[in-house]
Design a protein around this ligand. Structure first.
Ligand code: ZN
Ligand code: ZN
Ligand code: ZN
Length: 154
């Protein structure tokens, strides 16, 4: 039974390369660039892969937890940061490449790849409509093993 908790030292290249220009990211979503926000984004950008809020707090000893939480929420609301629910219910965060997308979550190494499919989104909206459900949004996580993990074992 493989561990479902990805180790921070997991060896993989992040599939998502964070935009190093954190200031422009904040400006791009119409947010003031404060030193704290920039520090939080910098810490996210330098974390090699999906991270927990605890990881983030540990990387930012000078920033209060409440501030870290608030910034995470803000960035999440503006699609700068993805909230990824793992198969075991744990939650990880990862900088988004931008735009609406879904996740392929590897339960072995913990990597999170993005994929987008407008046909899938259209189908989801259609299903909501047909169930007389007013849709506010959706997230989709696919669980399994990534190409790298499959080729490195068996
Ligand atoms: Zn994402
Ligand atoms: Zn993997
Ligand atoms: Zn979607």
């Amino acid at each position: 039974m493989p561990s479902l908790t990805p180790s921070r030292s997991a060896k993989y290249d992040p599939n998502v390369t964070a935009n190093p220009d954190t200031a422009s990211r904040l400006a791009g979503i119409g947010q003031r660039v404060t030193a704290t926000r920039k520090a939080v984004l910098d810490a996210m950008g330098s974390t090699p892969g999906p991270f927990t809020i605890e990881d983030l707090c540990a990387a930012l000893p000078g920033v209060g937890r409440a501030t870290v939480f608030r910034t995470v929420k803000l960035l999440q609301e503006h699609d700068v940061l993805c909230r990824v629910v793992l198969e075991d219910g744990g939650v990880r965060y990862q900088l988004s490449t931008g735009g609406h997308h879904h996740h392929l979550v590897c339960s072995q190494c913990g990597s999170v790849q993005e994929f987008a499919d407008s046909r899938l989104d259209a189908l989801i909206r259609k299903n909501a409509r047909e169930s007389d459900f007013e849709l506010d949004g959706h997230s989709l996580e696919l669980y399994g093993r990534c190409n790298r993990c499959r080729s490195s074992s068996d």
